[in-house]
Design a protein around this ligand. Structure first.
Ligand code: ADP
Length: 677
């Protein structure tokens, strides 16, 4: 019987017994072991090997002829060549001692490599070393597993994300450095603790839902939530939780990856704030550009900017300085009653205000009471007693296009540090809008003033002209009547009277325009026969010119209407005169009149130059004349304006159909029984 030392380090054979391999039973067992085993003599020549050894070597050695190391090339585990006498088997044969735990890398004849853990044990016959037996364990797969594990562990450790594993009961079982960074606990502090230490109280039910999903082998993907760090501060995170299975496929816990999304959340909030600011800017822009009243513009700007900055109150002060450069006039106020300022008088040209009113730039101070410019002037040395408390201070000059400082927007808040650079930018953007709107409003004010001066002038001039022209007309009439028919001067006097008549009509029209402007165009309603009036006007127009034939198509019999007869006549004359004037190459004008039980409808058609669609609406406005076409035809552009007013005052309507080159038809319609107010 051979003896194996308890530690399996030496085999000692009794007497002259041959080494294992000669023993047929033991050889049978060894040959079929799944572990590679071989023996060699003291010189290293192989004396025995089993099937598993052949498989591992990748070759069949010759007994007694091949050395133990003849089957492969041997390397250190890191791939560097291993001197042969460093190899465990060589060491055992030279030292007579078993070698354990020294891993080698081998290359087989076909070039493939394996990691092997040899365990050579010396064989002694009595005191004499007669050989060694070696067990070779193939650890290649095991090593690959180890490497994979190491790589995974390294990935987990170096991840920026917090990676945590927990049992199905929520007990933390692993905790990487990312988790340490994100939550502020180190590994030792949390392993074995319940995951709920990270969950805000009002979100505890989330954990139950997550665990339930994990139990059902479901994944929780990118769930955005809030968790707590070791100091109790809330951190927005995106959470992914996956079930962890053991080798048998049983779910034993969950792995949780938490990503800090505070920056993303902050970016989203910033983006939203920028979008809101832009929207506010746009709407303020829209609001004030639609406004032409200076006071309204300033109020809207003050309200909007006070809201934008979150100021306790905001004000716009107009840049009005007296000779001493002392006073600024309050225009608008938001967030506080006007009286809150009025009792203190206007702010003065102190160092702080001066920067704004001189247009030197924006002033933003977190705590104005600590500013060196604050509180040097008599009598208050700062804020007068009872003044709205101002600590945070922001002032933005409002400059006109020309560079003049129109005024300043001022904001205050009783707490420090309320205004930011973002507020500065927003308010200066609004201030730019505001200055354009203020410039426009000023221009509009000037234009309105000039316009009303012009109206006053037209009214006055036509009034002044009316009396002399009427008396000239009267005298000419007397002279005309006094001259005999064969007097050669009579023709000239008649012509002069006709021209003065035209002048008088023009003056009357101008006077009408000015009366319409002041709302004083007089109307005198009476009942009369419209059919007769239309016939008379047509007859008169036929006699006053010889270029056009005026056809009358009346479908009316006697039609009594309640209207201002003279004004109605004026409308028809205007329309027929225009029809004649604007159809120089045509011969015919058609006047039509018809009525329903409630209204009278009259139209005047010509076959002249017509009016383009784009201009049709505007011909009824004051002083408007169609560009180019009417340029060579004289006129003031007031006939249709007056007609429009007259028809409107009768509660009727006036319109036209026209196409360039084909002619125009002007219509008007008025109620038969117009109720006078
Ligand atoms: P005026 O004839 O003195 O210019 P109106 O107020 O009567 O002023 O007419 C305004 C403008 O409308 C005219 O200048 C002309 O361009 C256009 N218009 C008016 N009537 C006609 C018409 N029958 N055909 C073409 N254009 C017309």
């Amino acid at each position: 019987m051979s003896e194996i030392s308890p530690a399996g380090k030496v085999i000692t054979l009794p007497g002259n017994v041959a080494p294992a391999g000669d023993n047929s039973f033991a050889a049978g067992v060894l040959e079929n072991l799944p572990v590679a085993v071989y023996n060699c003599d003291a010189n290293g020549f192989i004396t025995f090997y089993n099937h598993a050894a052949v498989k591992l070597w990748g070759r069949t050695p010759q007994i007694g002829k091949d050395l133990w190391c003849g089957s492969w090339k041997i390397y250190n585990p890191d791939g560097s060549p291993m001197p042969l006498d460093n190899c465990p088997m060589a060491k055992t044969l030279t030292t007579g001692i078993a070698v354990e735990g020294e891993e080698i890398l081998v290359e087989r004849p076909d070039g493939s490599t394996r990691y092997v853990l040899p365990h050579p044990v010396p064989i002694y016959a009595g005191e004499k070393l007669i050989g060694a037996t070696n067990t070779l364990i193939d650890i290649t797969e095991h090593k690959a597993d180890e490497t994979r594990q190491a790589v995974l562990a390294a990935i987990i450790e170096s991840s920026d994300d917090a990676i945590v594993s927990k049992t199905l009961d929520g007990i933390i079982t692993s905790w990487n450095r990312g988790a340490e960074r994100l939550f502020g606990y180190n590994e030792a502090e949390v392993i074995g603790k319940h995951i709920s230490i990270l969950i805000p109280h009002d979100r505890l039910q989330e954990e139950a839902v997550i665990i339930e999903k994990v139990r059902n082998s479901e994944k929780v993907d990118h769930f955005e939530t809030i968790r707590l760090n070791s100091k109790g501060a809330e951190i927005p995170i995106s959470l992914t939780v996956s079930p962890i299975k053991n080798k048998k496929g049983l779910i034993i816990g969950g792995s949780k990856i938490a990503r800090d999304i505070s920056k993303q959340k902050q970016a989203e909030t910033d983006l939203q704030r920028y979008a809101d600011n832009l929207e506010t800017l746009n709407s303020v822009g829209r609001l004030i550009s639609a406004e032409l009243d200076i006071q309204n513009i300033l109020q809207k700007v003050t309200d909007a900017t006070t809201q934008l900055t979150g100021a306790a109150f905001g004000a716009f002060f107009h840049n009005l300085t007296d000779e001493k450069g002392e006073s600024y006039m309050l225009y608008t106020l938001s967030g506080a009653p006007r009286e809150a300022f009025e009792k203190f008088g206007m702010p003065r040209n102190t160092q702080i205000f001066h920067q704004t009113f001189s247009g030197a730039g924006i002033v933003r101070v977190d705590d104005i009471t600590k500013d060196p410019r604050y509180g040097h002037n008599h009598p208050h040395k700062g804020m007068p007693e009872g003044h709205l408390p101002v600590v945070s201070y922001l002032a933005v000059p409002v400059m006109s296009k020309s560079g003049a400082v129109l005024g300043g927007l001022f904001f205050g808040h009783p707490q420090p540090g309320k205004f930011t650079i973002e507020h500065e930018k927003l308010i200066s953007a609004v201030a730019t809008h505001a200055s354009v709107a203020l410039d426009n409003a000023k221009l509009y004010e000037e234009i309105t003033l000039l316009n009303s001066k012009k109206d006053d002038f037209i009214g006055m001039a036509s009034h002044e002209l009316k009396t002399p022209v009427t008396s000239i007309q009267g005298y000419l009439q007397i002279v005309e009547r006094s001259l005999a028919n064969d007097d050669k001067n009579k023709l000239f006097v008649t012509k002069a009277r006709n021209q003065v008549g035209k002048l008088a009509a023009l003056i009357a029209d101008l006077l009408d325009v000015s009366k319409i402007q002041t709302g004083k165009l007089p109307f005198s309603y009476s009942k009369f026969n419209a059919e007769a009036l239309i016939a008379e006007v047509v007859e008169m127009m036929r006699n006053s010119q010889h270029t056009h034939q005026i056809r009358l198509e009346q479908e009316l019999s006697t039609l009594v209407i309640n209207a201002d007869q003279q004004r109605l006549e004026q409308v028809i004359i205007n329309l027929v005169s225009n029809a004649i004037k604007y159809s120089p190459d045509a011969k015919e004008i058609i006047v039509r009149a018809d009525a329903t039980s409630t209204s009278l409808h009259v139209s005047v058609q010509d076959f002249g130059i017509g009016i383009d669609k784009s201009q049709q609406e505007r011909v009824f406005t004051r002083f408007y004349r169609v560009e180019n076409l009417a340029a060579h035809m004289s006129g003031l552009g007031i006939g249709l304006y007056i007609s429009h007013e007259i028809v409107n005052r009768h509660n009727g309507k006036i319109w036209l159909e026209s196409s360039p080159g084909a002619g125009s038809t002007f219509h008007f319609q008025i109620p038969i029984n117009h109720q006078t107010a």
